[in-house]
Design a protein around this ligand. Structure first.
Ligand code: CA
Length: 519
């Protein structure tokens, strides 16, 4: 049999180009981006804290044991939709246009996002679970996200938008999200490509409904109270003192899982459920009052919250096990984070929004076998504008100029390189609904924090985090700090210039006023 030289050449070329493609693909890491909603770093045992013994998170901790735990990751606008928009675009709210959840505009989905760039670079992409940006996701081969409650989602029997079709599901949202993610990895994705999966939970967002087997997870144990639980807001009367997010005054019948009076249904039941949201008096009995009632509410809140975290942790474990069993662990970067931090009773609160530590700080853990030393830690300052540039650069994709963050890959060494950021800029807009937190912007350095609350008050706050780590004493008027504050104001103005947030106060107020929802 005669085989022409041309045929052999073509055959060999065919093999070598196949090999080349396979090699290139093998080098591209998969990305599993896991994001919880409203998950406080204080609820993760790898971060230590009050609940590490009683409510451990072994699967999230596994990522910390095998990867790197970041202790200074911060968000730029501590609320669900806005943080998600920042993460996708690598740009602050005033540039990506998604300023607030309540009364804001849908996310402009024509923008450049990291999933879109990864998809163009040959990645199979999907987002599963919570999206909450009101415009349909772009840049994904597959999506399936919560649509109930204006895309907040519900814990039980949720409805999803699956690639443009509404689908009702039966079961518990956290477990369903795990099922769908594993199904995509196993059956739906194009396995010839590296993947980027955004695995995003509704949990542990309000109203903190545990799975049925976790309803009594902590029994009658008394959960510890944070040291600032009884904060009286002295020196912060007009800001921290004016919120509608105290555990004592602003949890509803529904939040507290109280039993409705018999015979209540329809609109009456709905009204009863939200009773407490505007500060109405709510108690399970005529006799439980005052300090005892406040402490009772905290116990109910923290137990439900941590029980929803248990399911979240279980479903992190399921997907890690899937990676193990399918030989994917080694070549998959796993990121674990939350859209922002949360108050677990600190300052007497639930919720987020403030530039204070608990809501500013995001949990962030990254596992990348071979590139990150197991069990390592970084205190380098990371901001959520950095997430997109980092993931793109790890995938070998050029980071667009317009992204405002920087890849923090260099922190993977465990050292903070000289010249790395030593301050970050924050800006929050939504007011008064929900929770009556004044719009504010500010700067945080490794030691100090300066905040300007500006909507219909004009209040500056300053904290020395070294001497006042819980931010209980607004020291703005302390003469000792006069020069420090003056320097911080200069740095703050520089950051505003750098990030192009140079609107006037009136223009900033206009963002809050537009579409404002009042109580
Ligand atoms: Ca959130």
């Amino acid at each position: 049999m005669k085989i022409s030289l041309g045929f052999i050449l073509l055959f060999l070329l065919g093999i070598s180009s196949d090999r080349c493609t396979q090699n290139e693909e093998a080098e591209k890491p998969n990305i599993l981006y896991i994001m919880a909603d409203d998950l406080a770093f204080q609820a993760i045992s790898a971060y230590g804290g009050l609940y590490k013994e009683i409510a451990p998170t072994p699967n999230i901790d596994r990522l910390a044991k095998e990867g790197m735990l970041f202790s200074n990751a911060f968000c730029t606008n501590s609320i669900c939709g806005p943080s998600r928009a920042v993460i996708l675009t690598g740009k602050y709210s005033h540039l990506n246009g998604f300023y607030k959840n309540e009364g804001g505009d849908p996310f402009d989905s024509t923008q450049v996002t990291f999933p879109k760039l990864l998809q163009s670079a040959g990645y199979a992409t999907a987002v599963i679970g919570k999206w909450h940006l009101w415009s349909q996701p772009t840049g994904f081969d597959y999506f399936k996200y919560h649509i109930d409650n204006a895309e907040q989602g519900v814990y039980w029997n949720p409805t999803f938008n699956e690639n443009g079709k509404s689908v009702s599901e039966k079961g518990y949202a956290t477990t369903l999200t795990g099922d769908f993610a594993i199904n995509w990895l196993d059956n739906l994705r194009d396995k010839s490509k590296p993947f980027c999966l955004l695995y995003q939970f509704k949990a542990p967002h309000r109203p903190w409904d545990p799975d049925s087997m976790n309803l009594d997870l902590f029994g009658s144990a008394e959960m510890p109270f944070p040291s600032t639980f009884d904060d009286n807001y002295a020196t912060r009367e007009l800001t921290a003192g004016k919120t509608m997010m105290t555990i004592e005054g602003y949890l509803s019948n529904r939040d507290l899982k109280l039993t409705p009076p018999p015979g209540l249904g329809g609109k009456e039941l709905a009204k009863w459920n939200v009773q407490g949201v505007r500060g109405e008096y709510v108690s399970p009995s005529d006799t439980l009052k005052g300090e005892a009632l406040k402490r009772w509410k905290f116990q109910r809140y923290i137990k439900d919250y941590l029980a929803t975290v248990k399911s979240l942790d279980d479903n992190v474990g399921r997907i890690l096990e899937y990676l193990d069993n399918h030989n994917l662990t080694k070549n998959t970067i796993v990121v674990f984070t939350s859209d922002q931090g949360f108050y677990l009773g600190e300052h007497g609160w639930y919720d987020k929004r403030f530039m204070y530590e608990e809501s500013l700080r995001m949990p962030l853990i990254i596992r990348y076998p071979g590139k990150i030393k197991p069990g390592s830690k970084s205190d380098g300052m990371v901001v959520n504008i950095d997430y997109a540039p980092t993931l793109l650069s790890l995938a070998g994709v050029k980071v667009p100029e317009e992204m405002q963050g920087e890849s923090f890959e260099s922190l993977f060494t465990g050292r903070v390189p000289s010249g790395w950021r030593n301050s970050m800029y924050y800006h929050y807009y939504e007011y008064p609904k929900w929770h009556n937190v004044q719009p504010h912007y500010g700067i945080r350095t490794d030691r100090y924090k300066l905040i300007h609350f500006y909507y219909d008050i004009d209040v500056w706050e300053f904290y020395d985090l070294q001497s006042d780590p819980h931010e209980l004493n607004n020291s703005y008027n302390n003469p000792k700090y006069k020069e420090v504050i003056s320097n911080l104001k200069t740095q703050l103005a520089d950051l505003q210039k750098k990030y192009k947030d140079t609107a006037t106060l009136d223009e900033m107020r206009e963002v809050t006023t537009k579409g404002m929802v009042k109580y």
